[in-house]
Design a protein around this ligand. Structure first.
Ligand code: SF4
Length: 502
């Protein structure tokens, strides 16, 4: 769709709105395109007026929104942007006849609006109504957002100054999944990189731990992800976890999570190492329990290997086990998804995360054009998941959205009472800093007040990570500077969460 701006340059916000509302469209500027939208901003006295005129596949639409802008310049900028997005939404509603599940909300964390409403004094029910009436969110999604916002506010209350989350990334997997755009390397091709990677990682961990002690920071939640951390051998994992406990103050740490995402990497000896080091949570992520779907996405393991990994995890005595599922995978259908969820429920995982397929550039699904279920079929899968999980005693505790999601739906973490994974809430709601060690991670520094968030990125690939240790020093210096500054210097706003990959 050709985008034309008049009286403003809110390019990024409107591109994101376009992609969220009409995911099959891409913004273009110079080229001719039969579909177009002209988004204008003008002023009438002290009122800002946003108008969008749209032509979409032969249909037309017009959206107009106006309001008096109030507050600080920063707040006015946000109100202006929102006005433009709302006018675009209204025009798209008419021209494309859409009723998106999240209404006019296009951001990664739609429950932020509910958190803000409750912080202003609204009850969860009132916040739900605000989402439905002001943002056109469907009742099911508005309820989800109000529920996860309630959990976020409770977890926020429990955070004490100096608390951070620590993330360690292991960017190796047995094979590459069809939906993955992450930098993870298949261990078959990159076996020789693992040891040099771990050597540099342990050095980074030692200096990061020293830095945190000097800054008076303590770890509240630890998360090892990737990639697939359990591609490491039991000995490698033992040494890595020893390096971590030698380096960091874990006295106040409430949870220790290690992803064991690919069941074909789980062994009793690895699980024993994790238990011995006090790991309290693991993730065994089938994504689906349908063998034909597993084959289509290149996981190279079967559903029966998931059952075996879950048996081993139960025998090892882990208190919390998460299972990830994805709605909308190639070759899947609502019946297959239903069977997958029912099996996960029978297996007794206390956390079940239901993702919606996100079509990422660079993934095999996109590159090879694999056949995927329609948005309606994905909607049917999610329509089954929500009431079923509730009936089995699970509640939603965090949610987020990604670009290019099937049907513009969402990812939701569900858990049994008191089973919340704090790290997921911290990262999605930006409640505290996340210090990341390892390739591909991003360190997010969260200070007090709005806009006081900074990010630095680790080098992406294992080879560049191991060959350029100067980047680690640079990132740690930025982390130190963030905590050492005493003035109120403004910082750039966050650009999004660490991507969830599994
Ligand atoms: S989706 Fe996860 S398990 Fe699959 S290749 Fe990517 S990082 Fe590895």
């Amino acid at each position: 769709m050709r985008l034309i701006f008049e009286g403003h340059r809110e390019v990024y916000a409107l591109e994101q709105t376009l992609l969220a509302l009409l995911p099959e469209e891409r913004p273009v500027y110079e080229e001719e395109d039969p579909s177009w939208a002209k988004i204008s901003l003008s002023y009438s006295g002290d009122r800002a007026v946003a108008v969008t005129e749209m032509s979409y596949r032969g249909e037309t639409g017009r959206g107009e929104c106006a309001r008096v802008l109030t507050g600080t310049d920063y707040e006015k900028e946000g109100q202006r942007r929102r006005l433009l997005q709302m006018s675009f939404f209204k025009a798209a509603q008419q021209a494309a006849r859409i009723a998106p599940p999240w209404g006019s909300l296009t951001g990664v964390r739609p429950d932020k609006v509910a958190v803000a409403a409750m912080d202003r004094g609204e009850t969860p029910e009132e916040a739900q109504r605000t989402l439905e009436e002001d943002y056109f969110v469907t009742p099911r999604r508005a309820r989800l957002a109000a529920e996860t916002a309630t959990v976020t506010r409770r977890v926020r209350e429990d955070l004490r100054p100096g608390g951070i989350a620590l993330y360690v990334g292991i960017p190796f997997c047995p094979t590459r999944c069809a939906y993955c755009s992450f930098v993870s390397s298949s261990v078959e091709k990159s076996f020789h990189l693992v040891e040099p990677y771990l050597t540099v990682l342990k050095t980074e961990i030692a200096s990061a731990g020293k830095l945190c002690r000097e800054l008076g920071l303590h770890v509240r939640a630890f998360y090892m992800g990737g990639g697939t951390p359990t591609t490491l051998t039991a000995e490698q994992m033992d040494e890595l976890l020893t390096a971590l406990t030698d380096s960091f103050d874990f006295a106040a740490c409430g949870e220790y999570t290690v992803e064991a995402g690919r069941p074909d990497t789980v062994t009793p000896s690895k699980l024993r190492v994790l238990k011995r080091h006090g790991i309290t949570r693991i993730s065994v992520n089938p994504q689906t329990m349908e063998d034909r779907v597993l084959e289509a996405i290149g996981r190279r393991h079967t559903a029966s290997q998931v059952l075996s990994a879950m048996e081993q995890a139960a025998a090892a005595g882990f208190d919390h086990i998460n299972m990830d599922l994805i709605a909308g995978l190639p070759e899947d259908d609502p019946e297959g998804f239903r069977r997958s969820l029912d099996t996960c429920l029978q297996l007794g995982a206390d956390n079940i995360t239901v993702h919606t397929l996100s079509l990422k550039k660079g993934s095999r699904i996109t590159l090879e054009g694999l056949r995927i279920p329609s948005a309606e079929a994905v909607g049917e899968m999610l329509d089954y998941a929500d009431p079923t999980l509730r009936a089995f005693g699970y509640g939603p505790y965090y949610l987020y959205r990604q670009k290019y999601m099937s049907g513009s739906f969402e990812n939701v973490g569900w858990c049994k009472p008191d089973g919340e994974n704090l790290y997921n809430i911290y990262i999605m709601s930006e409640l505290c800093s996340i210090l990341s060690c390892g390739a591909g991670g991003s360190t997010k520094m969260v200070g007090d007040g709005p806009g006081r968030i900074r990010r630095v990125f680790n080098l992406k690939y294992p080879v560049e990570y191991t060959s350029r240790p100067g980047k680690i020093e640079e990132n740690q210096a930025a982390f130190a500077a963030f905590y050492q500054r005493t003035d109120d210097e403004p910082s750039s706003p966050a650009s999004g969460p660490n991507e969830k990959r599994d």
